[in-house]
Design a protein around this ligand. Structure first.
Ligand SMILES: *Cc1c(COP(=O)(O)O)cnc(C)c1O
Length: 353
């Protein structure tokens, strides 16, 4: 009886088949340099392991605020930030604390699965609407969802698993309706399009989510929300104390200060490789490659399930998206290091000749 509600939940699935080349989770293909690891080693042993970490992660927040300010040429301070154990945790927090739990969570489909998972966990209704055939938002879809009276809306832009960015004018329409709007910018570092940071710093009902997971630090689970100070302060009350571990605070701070240039050059390398891999795969006549502003891209093959299996046989793990609406025969491929991408390209050529 106590477990009744859980019976209807599906466990979050990730791709775990062991493969030589892993292009399935949109991680950065680059580990930290030995130099940075040495610095981490030096600092990590100074931790008082019996103590709780700083509940406000003050030093990490300062480093992060400076990092974002420089990156965006804009004034972001520690008070604008809420930190999470990955941005997943912040998604869950927002779904838990924003508006009335009886009112739905609005988001397009297909998109990042956690909006649905967290809504289901807290038993909150969902106002889902379909993207069009180019994976873009539609005016009609948004209007349909708005009719259900949502209190909160999520837009992952660039979107996962499709890779494209959403039409910001349509997002602005939702914002102007006064709906609490979350722009999930997990992949913004790989995009040349405009982001919503300025809007978030100006509007009471807009926040931006970002994460270190896709730029080389998936292991430490560090996500962050950027919002106006009053908004950040209120939402921070719902956060669990000590959610950012001591090691995460130490490592995050080092990487965000001393590792800045390293991160930047890795992001640049991923963008260059994305261009090359997508061009090569586009040359295969039976494969469709969709545009991407992220560190992955989506492709459609005549038989997605089969292609996914054939790639595994050749030691390349990708993410099969065929089970999702609008995603029949679609496979999501993360951008790897040059030699990994070469293996993927080679495998694809083999499969399709
Ligand atoms: C990966 C991803 C996240 C979650 O990132 P974490 O910080 O690792 O929890 C959030 N949103 C989108 C769209 C993602 O693809």
């Amino acid at each position: 009886m106590y477990l009744e509600r859980l019976k209807n939940l599906k466990a979050y699935k990730t791709e775990t088949t062991p493969c030589k080349v892993k292009l399935s989770s949109n991680e950065s293909p680059f580990d930290l340099s030995e130099k940075l690891k040495e610095r981490i080693k030096e600092e990590i042993v100074k931790i008082n392991f019996q103590r709780y970490p700083d509940p406000h992660a003050k030093e990490l927040k300062e480093a992060l605020a400076k990092f974002v300010s420089e990156e965006e040429n804009l004034e972001v301070s520690p008070e604008n930030l809420v930190l999470g154990n990955g941005s997943d945790e912040i998604i869950h927090l927002l779904i838990t604390v924003i508006g009335d739990l009886k009112n739905p969570v609005m988001y397009p489909v297909p998109s990042f699965p956690m909006y649905q998972v967290s809504s289901d966990v807290v038993g909150r209704p969902k106002a889902e609407f379909l993207l069009d055939d180019n994976f873009q938002l539609t005016e009609e879809g948004i209007q349909e969802a708005l009719k259900q009276n949502p209190d909160i809306a999520f837009f992952a832009s660039p979107n996962n698993p499709t890779g494209n960015s959403f039409d910001s004018k349509l997002i602005m329409k939702v914002i102007e309706k006064g709906i609490f709007t979350v722009i999930d910018e997990a992949y913004i570092h790989f995009s040349d399009k405009e982001n919503f940071l300025k809007v978030a710093l100006e509007y009471d009902n807009v926040v931006v989510l970002r994460t270190m997971s896709k730029v080389g630090l998936a292991s430490i689970r560090l996500g962050y929300m950027i919002a106006k100070k009053d908004v950040a302060r209120e939402i921070d009350k719902g956060r669990l104390p000590f959610n950012i571990t001591y090691p995460t605070q130490v490592i995050g701070k080092i990487v965000l200060t001393e590792g800045k240039e390293e991160l930047k050059s890795q992001i640049k390398a991923v963008k260059e490789e994305r261009k090359r891999v997508m061009e090569e795969i586009s040359k295969i006549p039976s494969v469709t490659v969709y545009p991407s502003d992220a560190n992955f891209f989506l492709m459609k093959t005549p038989d997605g399930n089969k292609t996914h299996q054939e790639l595994i046989k050749r030691g390349v793990l990708t993410r099969n998206m065929s089970h999702l609406p609008k995603m029949e025969n679609c496979i999501r491929v993360s951008i790897g290091r040059k030699e990994e991408n070469d293996e993927f390209i080679k495998a694809m050529r083999e499969i399709f000749t």
